[in-house]
Design a protein around this ligand. Structure first.
Ligand code: GDG
Length: 469
């Protein structure tokens, strides 16, 4: 049995099962920013990661990869449908993203969520060393902090919420609103992306549970009559900048960027969108605005192309199936109306790509369109900025992303306002080089000085202040 001083708990283990050279299967670490941020800590403290391996109905023994102990939590196919696709992705996700899609409330999904959260809490409780630290991640596991505290009152517990926390009027719709607040308050530090998210959470705590709140500190009453303090505040997440800087400087990646431009007919301007195909990302709004600019003759396919990468996501959830149909209908119409033999209006790619190709796309793009209707942070915006070492390029950024709190020199937009979005796209397309570099310089400073390592150390420092060992 693994006993670790530092335990990360997340829905997914940071590994993917891939085909081995001998035709069998092997594990490969998935190159997420979270792994990169936590890796040094995982190695220096004896670290373990608790999570689902991604395959239903498979029981796996703990294993080690790259110096990190991985502790798989099994999920049955029914639990994947009810806890993950159901409660996490069809109840909490839409509710917390301002009900852009209607959240589905089902009691069986909630029961599965409780059962699975308990399984994660038990796995973390057995993995943590006496007086160890456990860092729980994201909306799939909101009950784990309290469940873990009951099992292991000696451990220090952090929780980070990667998505928005909604205003009280929306949060109050959740039939299990009090249980979820109590679940989160099991943590010593509850981290959010933006100050606004922390404020909404603290308002819900005050209004629903009537606990005393002073600044970012909540007095949480215990069974024994004593109270403990939980801190709720913002820790804006970032990216691991080093691999983006390296890839952006690599000659083969730069050559690939030039090749992409050439294969699109070397247009004067390439616009780019990169998103999981998700209704929160505002892909329809950006396609609509762009289509109108073409129809009005303000943009011309002879010299402008829009590349939209929409990587497949949550394909078994109904709302995502409908969204894909809507977007593909809109893209098909615009291309039908405006394509010429040599030029396309929208190059739409419903595919995932390796990171090298993503960086080549970022390098090829003159304008990056991030028009989310609601987004916890949006890392794509930060990745684009990190790759722009020549200080060229323009980021169009929705006000409703966490990133907008930090990236003030972007062209900020309200994506619901289609006329405003069209103006923002034109401003970006026509922006003089001098203005581009003035803005990009400031944006790059912000992103390079505040990378994911700075984020994780700020969070762990706050945890240490509340619960010093
Ligand atoms: C959640 C919150 C918050 C996408 N397609 C491909 C690909 N990606 C990569 C991007 C980026 C990541 O996936 C997406 O991160 P985002 O932040 O943009 O959005 P979510 O997936 O919704 O993430 C969000 C985040 O958690 C972190 O806290 O910022 O608000 O919703 O890194 O580059 N990567 C590759 N191929 C693809 O096709 N290689």
């Amino acid at each position: 049995m693994t006993v670790a001083d530092f335990v990360v708990v997340a829905n997914r283990l940071p590994v993917d099962r891939v085909e081995a050279p001998d035709g069998g299967e092997e594990w490969r670490t998935s190159p997420g920013g979270l792994v990169a941020a936590l890796e040094p800590m995982m190695r220096s403290a004896h670290g373990a990661w608790v999570g689902w391996a991604g395959q239903p109905d498979v029981e796996l023994a703990p294993f080690e990869i790259g110096g990190i102990d991985l502790i798989p939590v099994p999920l049955s196919a029914q639990e994947v449908a009810e806890y993950y696709e159901g409660f996490a992705n069809d109840t909490i996700w839409p509710l917390y993203h301002d009900v852009i899609a209607p959240p589905q409330f089902h009691r069986e999904w909630w029961e599965a969520y409780v059962t699975v959260n308990r399984r994660f809490a038990e796995a973390a409780a057995s993995a943590a060393a006496p007086d160890g630290t456990v860092w729980v991640h994201d909306y799939q596991l909101q009950l784990v902090p309290q469940m873990l505290r009951e099992l292991r009152p000696d451990v220090t517990i952090g929780y980070f919420h990667h998505i928005p926390f909604p205003a009280h009027g929306l949060y109050a719709q959740l039939p299990w609103r009090d249980q979820v607040l109590r679940g989160l308050l099991g943590a010593d530090v509850i981290g959010f992306q933006r100050a606004q998210d922390a404020t909404y959470f603290l308002t819900a705590v005050r209004r629903r549970l009537r606990y005393e709140v002073k600044g970012s500190a909540v007095s949480v009453p215990g069974d024994d009559g004593a109270t403990r303090t939980a801190i709720a505040r913002a820790f804006p997440i970032s990216i691991d900048t080093a691999p983006y800087l390296e890839l952006a400087a690599r000659p083969d990646v730069r050559a690939r960027a030039a090749e992409i431009r050439a294969s699109l007919g070397n247009p004067d301007r390439i616009l780019l969108g990169v998103d999981r195909l998700d209704y929160t990302k505002g892909i329809r709004h950006r396609v609509k605005a762009y289509g109108e600019l073409l129809a009005e003759g303000r943009l011309d396919v002879e010299n402008v192309t829009f590349v939209q990468v929409a990587s497949p996501s949550r394909e078994r959830v109904d709302a995502y199936v409908h969204l894909r149909d809507e977007i593909e209908l809109a893209v098909g119409r615009i291309n039908g109306d405006h394509d010429t033999m040599g030029h396309t209006a929208i190059r739409y790619l419903h595919q995932g790509f390796p990171r090298e190709e993503m960086v080549a796309l970022y390098l090829a793009a003159d304008v990056m369109l991030v028009t989310a209707l609601r987004d916890g942070m949006n890392l794509v915006a930060k990745e684009y900025i990190a790759t722009r070492s020549d200080n060229r390029g323009v980021l169009v950024l929705s006000e409703f992303t966490g990133a907008a709190d930090e990236l003030r020199q972007a062209v900020l937009v309200n994506p619901h306002d289609i006329e405003g979005l069209k103006e923002a796209i034109m401003t970006a397309v026509e922006m003089p080089v001098k203005e581009q570099s003035r803005r990009m310089r400031a944006l790059r400073r912000r992103v390079l000085d505040n990378d994911v390592a700075a984020w994780s150390s700020a969070f762990l420092r706050a945890l240490d202040e509340v619960h010093p060992h």
